[in-house]
Write a protein that binds this ligand. Structure first.
Ligand SMILES: Cc1cc2nc3c(=O)[nH]c(=O)nc-3n(C[C@H](O)[C@H](O)[C@H](O)COP(=O)(O)OP(=O)(O)OC[C@H]3O[C@@H](n4cnc5c(N)ncnc54)[C@H](O)[C@@H]3O)c2cc1C
Ligand code: SF4
Length: 474
């Protein structure tokens, strides 16, 4: 433990953000780091709990949070960096985008504000890169086994790094032009600059991971070829099927899915070629984002930077409470009102809203017919109904559907491999092994749309299962 009564002496201090006025002029990252003495005080707030709920309940990766905090307090940054990497392949990414379930599980949050775990992680890993502590760790010996990984999101990257370090020849196949999955084409640059991904990819390459981009497995190369050329295959293809809103008028061409919108802007940010005719811009437009979650919030931040005239974000669920509700007591993840940096930049958020119809002129939507929705329980299940006399209309020049994702795409590879699916449409697995021997699956493909931290964890666990399977086989 750093400082015995640190939690009584120091208050939580948030890391800063660039001002709204400044940051909406570009797509650069927002965070401003705390000064070293301020950060040390934040590490001193950690109580080194006998049962650290941050580590045991909050963090899916089981990061050794109290020990990391103590090392930072004692100025032993390099050891903190090594300890962080012992459980997390990409702390620079979780430090930027993780919603930090470790913080909501922190014991201090029972009566005070939690330890600033995520920002401490951010500073450790950034110091690690600055000082050259994060080096490639190639294996001492090769096993001669070959593993193909399909999809280069955080799941595939974590799995590949673990397998390469275990001595297996590892090849990632990615259908997009660049590596990273939703880290690159989903999450906007203002949350995660893409140079952060490229910096880490250099380490993976030096450890022996091979990348084949622009290759759609199932289309450009067959599942049969993969089975022949590799000892084992791991599917980390994400949960790419977006949830749709099939109401009258859905066909207008300026109603787009969030990923169509976000991926175009991410490509523009990093200078990838984009067909002019396909560019979707919110400039001078009234934008309605349907879906109140994080993807919707990313669309809000993007539309703001593109110069939208007005932005609405509609959510079908009721407005959450400001404080932890009784149905999600500590240390559980609470459903509370969250205001993202994008919301701070200006958008009108509406809750309990049902969208009933789109209408417009020609091929373009111009108006949404909506009403207030009421939630009630029937036989223990939540149901929704329209609240009478609450109809209203919103004008719109661009509608973005950010309603989440259903499951992995079912055609192509899944069919070719004849894989069993679970009742939610994800690939069914037992310890990451699918219904076909030698075909493993992990991440959003198996769990449904989730978080980066769960993806990394899933990739690491799948790699361990694959390593065990390959060694048994030989
Ligand atoms: C807009 C958006 C913002 C998000 N923001 C956050 C956030 O702030 N914090 C957070 O924790 N989580 C966030 N998430 C969720 C997080 O990004 C995902 O949970 C995570 O990326 C899943 O990782 P994955 O590797 O399983 O899949 P993905 O990242 O989806 O990667 C799958 C990859 O497989 C490739 N692929 C698919 N089929 C094939 C094929 N046949 N051949 C070759 N390649 C193929 C795809 O092109 C893709 O690159 C966000 C998600 C979205 C959509
Ligand atoms: S729960 Fe909070 S106070 Fe306790 S060890 Fe973890 S970070 Fe420190």
């Amino acid at each position: 433990m750093g400082e015995v009564k640190g939690f009584l002496k120091y208050k939580r201090q948030e890391a800063g953000h660039r001002s709204v006025q400044q940051r909406i002029m570009d797509f650069d990252e927002l965070d401003l780091p705390l000064a070293p003495d301020q950060l040390r005080q934040q590490a001193a707030r950690c109580m080194d709990c006998g049962i650290p709920f941050c580590h045991g309940v909050g963090c899916p990766l089981k990061n050794c949070i109290p020990d990391v905090n103590e090392l930072v307090y004692k100025d032993r940054w390099q050891q903190a960096c090594e300890l962080l990497h012992s459980t997390n392949n990409f702390p620079e990414i979780t430090a930027r985008v993780c919603p930090a379930p470790c913080e909501t599980a922190c014991t201090l949050s029972v009566s005070d504000e939690p330890v600033l775990i995520r920002h401490i992680e951010f500073q450790i890993v950034e110091r690690g890169f600055e000082n050259g502590w994060i080096k490639p760790q190639p294996p001492a010996e090769k096993t001669g086994k070959r593993v193909a990984i399909i999809g280069s999101g955080p799941t595939g990257l974590a799995a590949a790094q673990q397998l390469a370090r275990a001595g297996h020849e590892t090849v990632i196949f990615e259908k997009d032009e660049k590596i990273g999955g939703l880290l690159r084409y989903g999450i906007p640059d203002f949350k995660l600059g893409k140079h952060i991904i490229d910096r880490r990819l250099k380490q993976l390459s030096a450890e022996g991971v091979q990348f084949q981009t622009g290759v759609e497995v199932g289309e450009d190369i067959s599942a049969r070829y993969l089975r022949k050329m590799f000892d084992c295959v791991c599917l980390t293809m994400g949960a790419g099927k977006p949830r749709d809103l099939n109401i009258p008028g859905r066909g207008y061409e300026n109603i787009v899915f969030a990923m169509e919108y976000l991926s175009l802007q991410n490509k523009l940010c990093c200078g990838e070629p984009v067909d002019e005719a396909n560019i979707i811009s919110a400039r001078n437009k009234v934008v309605v984002v349907i879906g109140g979650g994080d993807t919707g919030s990313d669309c809000v931040g993007t539309a703001r930077r593109q110069g939208a005239k007005k932005i609405y974000q509609l959510e079908i669920l009721p407005k959450p409470p400001d404080t932890r509700p009784p149905d999600t007591p500590w240390p559980m993840w609470p459903r509370i009102m969250r205001t993202s940096s994008s919301h701070e930049e200006g958008c009108e958020r509406l809750w309990s809203i049902m969208t009933k119809k789109f209408s417009g002129v020609g091929v373009r939507v111009g108006r949404l017919d909506c009403c207030k929705a009421e939630w009630f329980k029937k036989k223990g299940k939540w149901q929704i109904k329209e609240l009478p006399d609450t109809d209203f209309a919103l004008e719109a020049d661009l509608v973005i559907l950010a309603l989440g994702f259903e499951h992995v795409m079912h055609d192509g590879l899944i069919k070719a491999l004849d894989l069993k699916l679970d009742e939610r449409g994800n690939i069914a697995v037992d310890n990451y092994q699918s219904s076909q021997p030698g075909i493993f699956a992990a991440g959003d493909t198996v769990n449904g749309a989730s978080l980066v931290v769960n993806a990394i964890n899933s990739g690491r666990e799948a790699a361990a299962a694959i390593d065990q399977w390959l060694r048994k086989k030989s």
